[in-house]
Every structure is written in structure tokens, then in C-alpha cells.
Design a protein around this ligand. Structure first.
Ligand SMILES: Cc1ncc(COP(=O)(O)O)c(C=O)c1O
Length: 364
């Protein structure tokens, strides 16, 4: 019997599979999704208390209030901001809006997985630009441009590597891209970055019509469960994305919590400080364990495991899971010797490290 079949490119796709663990285990330590170590701003939680009186009305299609709060917090032009149901939604609608089936879109070798996914769903061809030392490379990206190239997706800093391209490299990349190619500059982790030679992309999006910067409330602001992201681009790009985006894709809870989170500068400061402190601790401890890792400017680390049966990344992932600690296996990225670990609370980080030590000491 015939059954309805999806488009051919959808049939071949894999489902995105996060590692959130099995709900049977209580008190799981989740270091697998780069979420906020300090949870959510209490102001945001407080704002939600007034939320549940009446759920019968649709949210606004465009929340001026939240857009104004973003514009005020980040000193950006209100008219260039678009909200999304997580930046994931914006990545998807960018691909749907700008890619025809015969077009090509470039993404980097160990770039964020949603890029190839969104490109494949659109039906366009994804073209990989190789990394060098787990870092995106400007020359390799430029070498992949041809007359069919429509979009370049770049996460800076990148997930899962934690590495980044400097301001100088980004400016040089942008200068060399033809003006009809859209640069999607995903700066999801930019708020954790303290390096002077990093740029979040807002200046480029202010000045040029072929750049969109993407941001999220899921990381620093600790609102991953409410699904809230935003983009910053020319009014022409925003206008076209709004034709494709779901009309009510940002709900009222996300709007209220988002505004409160933006205003809580103290929570943001504490989160950045916590991250820097524990990132330095992780680096020191991993060196003592002789484990190789990528130096990271984000809230997670990509750790390499020995290429032997006893202490492989897969074995480490299983061992940690058996102790109630979830980390992200990297097979989907073609990095089967690696695990990605998010910075957690003090207690979580110490527990992780102790269990990691026990695993490595185990000679069996
Ligand atoms: C580079 C990058 N972009 C976008 C996202 C998605 O963020 P959101 O929760 O806003 O959809 C993530 C989440 O892990 C990410 O790592």
C-alpha cells in the first residue's frame, strides 16, 4: 500500500538528537547542551508569576517591548531586530528564505549542526569548508565560493569546537564575499567572550546589507526552555524573513521573561564571571590529566580522549552517564574521539572531574 512520502531530501535526513538522558535517572547532571550554569535570572522567574492569569490570547506578532529592551541592552537599531523561536528557527527560515534548490550554501567542517540540516531541508546543496586546527578558516571558506553560492553560515565562536575567528579575520572574510552572498553570523555565545580581538557581528550588520547576526536567550540569559532568539540585519532581510517566520512564534512567557532577563545585568555579570573562573579551572585540571582539549572562549569545552579501547570517548560518555552525568558525544560531527562538556555549577564541575579521574584510572 502506498504511503505519503516526504520530499526526497527530507527522507535522507537524520533527526537532531540532543543528549538529555533518560528520565528514569533522578538528579541528572546535564553538561551536554551548553545551557546556563547558574540557571535563570530570578527576575525572569518573577516576571513569569504574573503570566498565567489568562492564556486565551495570541501573543503579539512583533513585540515592540522586547525589541526595545534588546535595542537598549545592546545599543542597537530597533528596526533591524527580528525575534525567533530560538535562533534555531531563524537559521531554518534563513535557509528557506534565501536558498533555491539549485543554490549552494557554505558551512564549516565542525560548524554547528543546524546549518547543514537547514540547508538540506531547503533542498539546496551544502558545501563544506575545511577547518584548520578545529577552527574555521577564511581562505578555505572563500575557496568554496562560486556563482551558485547564496549563503555562508558561520558560528563565531563555534559550537562544538569553542574556537573563533578574530575580528581581523572576520572583516577580511566579509570584504572578500560578493555583496549578493548572505553571511549568517551566529554569535550565540558572544556574551561569554571577553577577548578584545573578537567581534559579535553587529557592526557588520549595521553597515552592510548582506550580513545577519544571530543571538540567543538560551545561553547567557538561561531561558533555553522558552525558545527565544533574535537576529540583527538590514530591514530588507528582516522584511523577507517575516514572510516565512510563523506569525506568532514567540510566546508571551518568552517575551516577559526575556525583558526581565535583559534588565538583570547582575545575573549576566555573575554568569560571565563564573564561566571564566571555571573554564580556567577546567583547563588546569584537564592538563593535569594529560587530556587534549580545544582552548575555548565559550561555556563549553571540546575534549579529546585517547585512541584506545579502554579510555575511548564513547566509554567515557557511558561511564559518566552511569554516574548520572551527561556530556555530548561528538560522533555526529565526525569527532568520535571527542566529548563536549558544558561548564556547570561548582558542585557539578567537581563531580564531573572526580568521575572523569576514576574513569581514566580504571585499568580494566
Ligand atoms: C552556535 C549555536 N547557534 C544557535 C544555537 C541555538 O540556540 P537557540 O536555543 O536560540 O535555538 C545553538 C545552541 O546550542 C548554538 O550552539
Amino acid at each position: 500500500m502506498d504511503i505519503p512520502s516526504p520530499r526526497l531530501n527530507i527522507e535522507k535526513l537524520q533527526n537532531y538528537k540532543p543528549n538529555f538522558g533518560k528520565s528514569k535517572i533522578n538528579n541528572l547532571i546535564r553538561l551536554s547542551a551548553n545551557e546556563s550554569a547558574l540557571g535563570t535570572s530570578l527576575n525572569a522567574i518573577e516576571a513569569l508569576k504574573f503570566f498565567a492569569n489568562d492564556l486565551s490570547r495570541y501573543p503579539p506578532q512583533v513585540s515592540d517591548e522586547l525589541i526595545s529592551a534588546i535595542s537598549k541592552r545592546y545599543l542597537l537599531n530597533k528596526n533591524k531586530i527580528i525575534l525567533g523561536n530560538g535562533s534555531d528557527e531563524l537559521i531554518s527560515i534563513l535557509a528557506q528564505t534565501f536558498l533555491n534548490p539549485n543554490d549552494e550554501a557554505i558551512y564549516t567542517e565542525f560548524g554547528f549542526l543546524q546549518f547543514p540540516q537547514a540547508i538540506a531541508i531547503s533542498g539546496a546543496k551544502g558545501v563544506v569548508a575545511n577547518d584548520i586546527n578545529f577552527t574555521a578558516n577564511v581562505d578555505n571558506i572563500l575557496s568554496k565560493i562560486n556563482s551558485k553560492t547564496k549563503v555562508i553560515f558561520l558560528a563565531n565562536p563555534n559550537n562544538p569546537t569553542g574556537t573563533f575567528l578574530s575580528k581581523k579575520e572576520i572583516i577580511s572574510l566579509h570584504k572578500s564575499i560578493p555583496t549578493n552572498i548572505l553571511l549568517v553570523y551566529d554569535a550565540a555565545y558572544s556574551e561569554f567572550v571577553v577577548n578584545d580581538d573578537y567581534m559579535d557581528g553587529s557592526e557588520l550588520a549595521d553597515e552592510y546589507d548582506n550580513v545577519i547576526m544571530l543571538r540567543t536567550f538560551s545561553k547567557l540569559h538561561g531561558l533555553a526552555s522558552l525558545r527565544l532568539g533574535w537576529g540583527y540585519a538590514s530591514e530588507n532581510i528582516i522584511k523577507n524573513l517575516m514572510k516565512v517566520r510563523g506569525p506568532f512564534s514567540i510566546n508571551n512567557a518568552a517575551i516577559m521573561a526575556g525583558i526581565a532577563a535583559l534588565e538583570d545585568l547582575e545575573f549576566q555579570r555573575q554568569s560571565v564571571e563564573h564561566n571564566l573562573k571555571w573554564m580556567a579551572w577546567f583547563e588546569k585540571e584537564l592538563k593535569l590529566l594529560n587530556l587534549d582539549f580545544q582552548s575555548s572562549i565559550t561555556n563549553f569545552l571540546l575534549i579529546k580522549f585517547p585512541n584506545n579501547q579502554k579510555h575511548s570517548a564513547q566509554k567515557a560518555e557511558n561511564y559518566l552517564a552511569s554516574k548520572g552525568i551527561l556530556v555530548r558525544g561528538m560522533k555526529v560531527y565526525g569527532l568520535s574521539n571527542h566529548l563536549r562538556v558544558s561548564i556547570g555549577t561548582q558542585e557539578e564541575n567537581i563531580k564531573f572531574l572526580n568521575e572523569l579521574k576514576s574513569f581514566l584510572e580504571n585499568k580494566k
